[in-house]
Design a protein around this ligand. Structure first.
Ligand SMILES: [Cu+2]
Length: 163
């Protein structure tokens, strides 16, 4: 009897640990990308470069949140782009990948990100100060790139799922 009780306790300790491991590894993370006074994006010790080199954020999971924080005197904003390159803005910008605040889901069936915690209006595609949060949808594949609505290819980045 005592032996089986002990086995039971050991089983539950192991089971509980497994449950805890699963829940922490699948929990949603928030990835904070910040603008800097040097006109770059920075994340996790990495930065974009004014020559068009993108900031690479490659540790996303479905359900995670990408938060853009913009502070300081210089205004910035975020819009998705078709490709990382020095292209005229009209050629390169696209709003298709992001379901912005106030938009109907049926209008953007190909969205891979969704703006959340909507305030009075969407911050997507315009200059703003403060925070914009984008949730990684289960449609996210490959690379989704963005640049600053003001500084264009001089301030660009790429989002991708972790390997
Ligand atoms: Cu900018």
């Amino acid at each position: 009897m005592r032996k089986s009780l002990k086995a039971f306790v050991v089983f539950w300790l192991a089971f509980g640990e497994t449950v805890m491991w699963v829940s922490t590894s699948s929990a949603a993370d928030t990835h904070v990308i910040q603008s800097t006074p040097q006109f770059t994006w920075t994340y996790n010790g990495q930065s974009s470069k004014p020559n068009g080199t993108p900031l690479i954020v490659d540790d996303l999971k479905i359900g995670d949140v990408v938060e853009f924080q913009i502070a300081g005197a210089v205004p910035h904003g975020v819009i998705t782009i078709k490709q990382v390159a020095n292209r005229p803005p009209a050629d390169n910008e696209t709003k298709d990948p992001v379901l912005a605040c106030g938009e109907d889901k049926s209008a953007k069936p190909n969205a891979v990100l969704r703006e959340i915690e909507c305030g009075a209006a969407s911050n997507f595609g315009i200059k703003f100060r403060g925070s914009m949060k984008l949730e990684v949808l289960d449609t996210f594949r490959g690379d989704t790139s963005f640049w600053c609505v003001v500084h264009k290819f001089g301030m660009t980045g790429t989002l991708r799922l972790r390997p």
